[in-house]
Design a protein around this ligand. Structure first.
Ligand code: PGA
Length: 226
């Protein structure tokens, strides 16, 4: 049984340096009270996933505190070498402790496959990076060494049509996950609909896209825990 709730911010290909800096400043100034307590007593872990160029900035400027971590939105499926444009797990581990793998947008636009998801998850595991493996449903392969699994139905991503809680719980059963693996939900989560997912003992956290772009919305969701 997992008592910690993971609140993951997936910024995708958004924000320039000024916007990243504004986000971090606002976030830092709101870490107090019950949220600080929840971080301290391991009720919550915040994982912020900026685009590659801003990972250093965020890791150096974000409130330095237990359970506030940096994640990457992807890693290369190879260890190192002549692969122009790739960013490897070894590079990532200097700035982050987690990585999102197999997001449906990568499957759709960048030819991510079950095979590359497996390779990336293995590389992440070798370097002790927490792998947050995304699945669209039962059609996607889940590597046995995944650290967390995020169910993100495509019709719910960025559409405002979040998946009803019952369906998310049904999918957990269909995926036949080991009880050790935290199970997250993602898809149009907002501060107005997050509470029912957070309150469910079947769901260990949320992967948040659009709503995480505003630090106040992100923090309002995090504050629902505890
Ligand atoms: P969304 O994105 O919250 O904007 O729907 C979620 C995701 O794709 O991780």
């Amino acid at each position: 049984m997992n008592f910690m709730k993971y609140i993951i911010a997936n910024w995708k290909a958004n924000k320039n340096l000024q916007e990243v800096s504004d986000w971090v400043n606002l976030f830092n100034s709101h870490i107090h009270g019950t949220l600080l307590e929840s971080l301290n007593n391991n009720s919550i872990q915040c994982i912020i996933c900026p685009a590659f160029p801003y990972m250093t900035y965020v890791s150096e400027h974000i409130f330095n505190h237990k359970n506030i971590l940096i994640g990457s939105q992807d890693i290369a499926p190879i260890e190192k070498g002549s692969y122009t444009g790739e960013v490897t797990a070894v590079m990532i581990q200097d700035f982050a402790s987690a990585v999102i793998i197999g997001h449906s947008e990568r499957r759709k636009h960048f030819a991510e496959t079950d095979e590359s998801v497996q390779k990336k998850t293995t590389l992440a595991t070798q370097l002790s990076l927490t792998s947050i493996v995304c699945v669209r449903g039962t059609e996607d392969f889940i590597p046995s060494n995944s650290s967390m699994v995020a169910y993100e139905p495509v019709h719910a991503i960025g559409t405002g049509m979040n998946e009803p809680l019952d369906n998310v719980i049904e999918m957990k059963k269909s995926l036949k996950l080991s009880t050790e693996i935290p199970y997250l939900y993602g898809g149009s989560v907002t501060r107005d609909n997050a509470k029912e997912y957070i309150d469910s003992s079947e769901i260990d956290g949320l992967l948040i896209g659009s709503a995480s772009l505003d630090p106040i919305h992100y923090i309002d969701i995090a504050k629902l825990i505890g």
